[in-house]
Design a protein around this ligand. Structure first.
Ligand SMILES: [Zn+2]
Length: 275
């Protein structure tokens, strides 16, 4: 039987290949192997005239293909072409009968740590060739190479050799963090169970604020809020929260709560920056 891959999935692969031409394809796939053919799988050419409606893309974070990041971006896009996504032991399904658009534990035989799986809907939208909304794949506008952004990151690492830790102990916690020069995103990773976090963005406010938001940890005691709080109630193990830093933010207070479910009652989460 002749078969082909849904055009929306070829667009996705082309987008990733264009942004990350040297990525590993070790765990890529479209049409199923013999193992897939024996069961119900979107990797089989089952829809319409022999259309495969699923793709696997290899996890290769060293070269810029981080399946957590890409699948979070796909989830955030709520693209109606998405049927479901599987990555790192979690599945997100768009269909109303399956907790739509929420990451839940995936209990299939393969936890999908080496690739992510995307199935598109078995309807004509699967051949919609429009690009996917994946902000992290956008080419670097400064053209890469020795851009100043790279220097900021180096500077930050030299000045802050220790990673910012957030103690994961039962209850509510809070700390103040300065935004380093050149930072574009905050990343909070919770290695165990789940946490929730709220970020309150502060910028310089003097003279209008006159100490309105004094903060013992803050050098600039005349801060003002510069954006709405960023909130994530459900930061999973293995699925870091990436937050764009709003314009004018010089620092932020991060408040978090943690509810342990395992045998130990304390862990540590990490807060980092992307430049
Ligand atoms: Zn797959």
């Amino acid at each position: 039987m002749t078969w082909r891959v849904a055009k929306s999935l070829l667009t996705l692969r082309d987008q990733i290949d264009a942004a990350v031409p040297n990525r590993s394809k070790a765990s890529d796939g479209t049409i199923g192997d013999a193992n897939h053919r024996n069961r119900n799988s979107d990797h089989n050419p089952w829809y319409g005239p022999g259309i495969v409606t699923a793709i696997d893309i290899t996890h290769d974070p060293a070269n810029g293909v981080d399946i957590d990041r890409l699948t979070d971006e796909l989830a955030a896009s709520r693209d109606p072409r998405i049927k479901y996504i599987i990555a790192n032991g979690l599945i997100l399904d768009s269909r109303p009968q399956y907790n739509p658009w929420r990451w839940v534990k995936y209990n299939g035989p393969n936890p999908h740590t080496r690739h992510f799986h995307l199935s598109v809907m078995p309807n004509p939208s699967c051949d919609d060739p429009r690009p996917w909304n994946l902000p992290s794949l956008k080419p670097n506008p400064s053209g890469g190479g020795s851009s100043p952004a790279t220097d900021y990151e180096k500077l930050y690492r030299e000045q802050n050799p220790e990673v910012v830790q957030m103690d994961l102990i039962v209850g509510r916690h809070s700390r103040y963090v300065q935004v380093p020069k050149g930072a574009k995103r905050v990343c909070i990773a919770c290695p165990r169970d789940k946490m929730s976090a709220r970020i309150q963005w502060h910028g310089s406010g003097y003279p209008s604020t006159k100490g309105q938001f004094p903060d013992p940890d803050l050098n600039n005691r005349d801060a003002k809020f510069v954006a709405k709080d960023s909130v994530h109630m459900d930061i999973h193990a293995m699925r870091p929260w990436y937050v764009n830093i709003p314009k004018g933010a010089r620092g932020f207070r991060v408040n978090w709560t943690y509810t342990p479910r395992g045998d130990r009652d304390s862990y540590v989460a990490y807060l980092g920056f992307e430049f």
